[in-house]
Design a protein around this ligand. Structure first.
Ligand code: IMP
Ligand code: MG
Length: 171
């Protein structure tokens, strides 16, 4: 399998800095809880948080819709829940990539039942190709039409996460 660079590291960081500035502006005077969706979000989450100029609290959730292949199993498994209570808090979900929308939709629905003061979604990549579940993305890094992406945290079967650039996987 070959990896072709789609978004170089510097371009990613540039865009992430813009999102950090936007979130800092929108949440000025507040201290939102950022909830990262593991594992793919790790680099994005770290870079995003370090670019903020507001205080935040951090928590993580782990859900899985994928087996070990490139296609979704259609089932969401909640592997790890958040530890912080989110009731009456401003919450931002941080996700690596939105594909069918199933993962994000079920996370949003789960958190909504806990009555946060507000709930927004920030995704590094919006992949329109296979969207089946309507979800609003309030902060989006990049829109990509299609292709299977790896690197900057994104994996294929737990491989390629370590790559600095976002790459397209070619068989
Ligand atoms: P969805 O539930 O179909 O939206 O899938 C979302 C999850 O599938 C993401 O959080 C990723 O973990 C994974 N995923 C979807 N597309 C890709 C991709 O192109 N590369 C790597 N992981 C992906
Ligand atoms: Mg994943």
């Amino acid at each position: 399998m070959k990896q072709k660079v789609l978004i170089p590291h510097e371009k990613i960081l540039e865009r992430v800095r813009e999102i950090s500035r936007q979130i800092s502006e929108d949440y000025w005077g507040k201290d939102p809880i950022l909830i990262g969706v593991l594992n793919g979000v790790v680099f994005f989450f770290a870079d995003l948080v370090m670019g903020l100029s507001i205080p935040v609290r951090m928590d993580f959730i782990k859900a899985s819709s994928y087996g070990s292949g490139m296609t979704s199993s259609g089932q969401i498994k909640m592997i790890k829940d958040v530890d912080l209570p989110v009731k009456d808090q401003d919450v931002i979900i941080i996700e690596d990539i939105v594909d069918s929308g199933l993962t994000l939709k079920s996370i949003v629905e789960t958190l909504q039942t806990r009555e946060p003061a507000s709930l927004k979604v920030c995704a590094l990549i919006d992949k329109g190709e296979r969207r089946e579940h309507q979800v609003d993305i309030d902060y989006c890094g990049f829109t990509v039409e299609k292709g299977f992406l790896v690197g900057y945290g994104l994996d294929f079967d737990e491989k390629f996460r370590y790559l600095r650039d976002i790459c397209v996987l070619e068989s």
